[in-house]
Design a binder for this molecule. Structure first.
Ligand code: FAD
Length: 471
């Protein structure tokens, strides 16, 4: 069948279709067409044409993180959900909202704020959509208190590879019965189906918020000690995490003062870091003051978040001396660091970003790992993220030589994954470096994930190859 015939088939669905351009590339792979459906039924019509003509489809929301994950093995149709941008139902009395996947999280927040409510997820990149938020499994600082998208999701409507529309909690579709679609689709990177809409549990907007910030001058210290072996004196090094952090973090997270988030900004792993704690709700200022006592002499309370709060890390600036400033000292002054098109957090241009997960009591590993790996690989690294939930993001300068990116990743895994507890995932990396490393590391549930993929998308037409094991 000719190119023209396929396009005619797509257009016969009644869905707006256009030819794709450079700006529609998915991690460097250019689709042939862009389809702009306006409803779940229209997505289904597009997917049926894809099934009939063996076309591969990738969904997109705001396009802010389309370069994350491995490039798709093929991509014929980009299913752009920008027209599906309606808040369908806000049952304020029940603290529930249902929104189409293409609604931006900002637009949703505005609508909810009118009723004094919020979706308690922090989404730092303007333009992020509900669908993209779920598909990438994102959660910011308040995941510590409110959980992640998975926890706040009540239901989803998805369109499967064959055009079937399935709703979790509602109509049971024969071939998906037994699966919790919401949980399955959160973090699936578009590989199982296309999210059409989602229903979330909401929270009342807190009456007040306060932040406590404190600086730790040398979070990681290296001590050289003499060591005698077979009569010879050798030198060994030991690395430690500042005693103040070791004591403060567990004390804060377990405190009855109930912080909502405990975050760190460490703009250069050779230098100081800032720890910031969020307190929300009744008597926030008083509770924040009480937390100061746990955070040392540099602690101070503010009513505004630090400029880096809830944003992805920016890499250390090339001209900055090691051990540079904290608090937005990564070139993000003015809170613009996460704005689409600015900084490396959202442009995709050469972004090198890793996600490190640890178990909360391995605080030392979360600091020592990036520090040691950066030294061993000879790179500069910045770290930002959630100490309370032990999910940190690490950024390297975009011009880091590909071999060093691979070396850093492997060193970091050596430090973090030794006992199978920590995980290091390369979220974004330029193509050449991407070819030299394993993005996902060891994925214990890979066989199970592959079986789920087989069940949902046996012909591998949905974002093929984006996920571990070629899923
Ligand atoms: C503290 C902090 C944490 C952050 N954490 C993360 C994080 O952990 N992960 C993260 O991604 N971002 C994170 N962000 C960035 C931001 O939230 C992402 O930009 C956002 O998730 C992408 O949304 P989008 O609408 O632009 O999706 P897009 O960039 O358009 O798409 C992202 C992915 O989702 C798929 N997709 C999009 N819409 C759908 C749909 N309707 N159905 C099926 N698949 C779809 C796409 O194919 C693609 O694989 C974080 C920022 C910070 C710092």
């Amino acid at each position: 069948m000719s190119e023209r015939d396929v396009r005619d088939a797509l257009e016969a669905t009644g869905v707006a279709v256009r030819g794709a351009g450079d700006e529609d590339e998915v991690a460097g792979v250019r689709p042939r067409w862009v389809a702009l459906p306006e409803s779940a039924e229209e997505i289904a019509a597009v997917m049926r044409v894809c099934a009939a003509h063996d076309l591969a489809a990738v969904a997109t929301g705001g396009g802010t993180k389309l370069h994350w994950g491995a490039p798709p093995r093929r991509c014929d149709v980009l299913v752009d959900l920008c027209c599906m941008n309606r808040v369908m139902e806000h049952a304020a009395g029940d603290l529930v909202v249902r929104a189409q996947a293409g609604v931006t999280v900002e637009a949703l927040a505005r609508a909810l704020a009118e009723e004094g409510q919020e979706l308690a997820l922090d989404v730092p990149v303007p333009g992020t959509t509900v669908g993209g938020l779920l598909a990438t499994g994102v959660a910011g600082p308040r995941r510590f208190r409110h959980g992640t998208a998975r926890d706040l999701l009540i239901g989803v409507t998805v369109v499967l590879a064959d055009g079937t529309i399935a709703r979790s909690g509602g109509k049971v579709v024969k071939n998906v019965a037994g699966y919790d679609l919401g949980k399955l689709f959160t973090g699936s990177y578009g590989t199982l189906g296309i999210i059409a809409d989602a229903t979330f549990r909401l929270h009342p907007l807190p009456a007040a918020r306060a932040w406590v910030t404190a600086t730790v001058e040398r979070p990681v210290t290296v001590t050289v000690e003499p060591y005698v072996y077979e009569g010879k004196t050798l030198e060994t090094t030991s690395t430690g995490v500042a005693a103040s952090l070791h004591a403060a973090i567990p004390a804060i997270t377990e405190s009855p003062l109930e912080p909502s988030a405990v975050e760190v900004d460490w703009p250069d792993v050779e230098g100081p870091c800032t720890v910031a704690v969020l307190v929300e709700g009744a008597a926030a200022a008083e509770r924040a003051k009480a937390l100061c006592g746990l955070m040392g002499e540099t602690a101070e309370v503010t009513e505004e978040p630090p400029p880096w709060w809830g944003l992805l890390p920016e890499p250390p600036a090339p001209d900055r001396p090691p051990g540079g400033t904290t608090n937005g000292g990564t070139g993000s002054e003015g809170t613009t660091s996460g704005v689409a098109g600015e900084g490396t957090g959202s442009t995709g241009g050469g972004e090198i970003l890793l996600e490190v997960r640890n178990i909360p009591y391995r605080l030392a590993g979360s600091f020592v790992g990036p520090f040691e790996a950066a030294r061993e690989a000879g790179v500069r690294a910045s770290v930002r993220g959630s100490l309370a939930a032990s999910v940190l993001h690490v950024a390297l300068p975009p011009d880091t030589e590909p071999g060093r990116v691979a070396a850093f990743t492997s060193q970091l895994r050596d430090h973090m994954e030794t006992d199978g507890e920590g995980r290091v995932v390369v979220l974004a990396v330029p193509p050449e470096a991407g070819r030299r490393l394993d993005r996902w590391g060891h994925v214990g549930a890979l066989r199970l994930m592959q079986r789920v993929k087989e069940r949902f998308d046996p012909d591998r037409r949905l974002s093929p190859g984006r996920f571990p094991g070629g899923i």
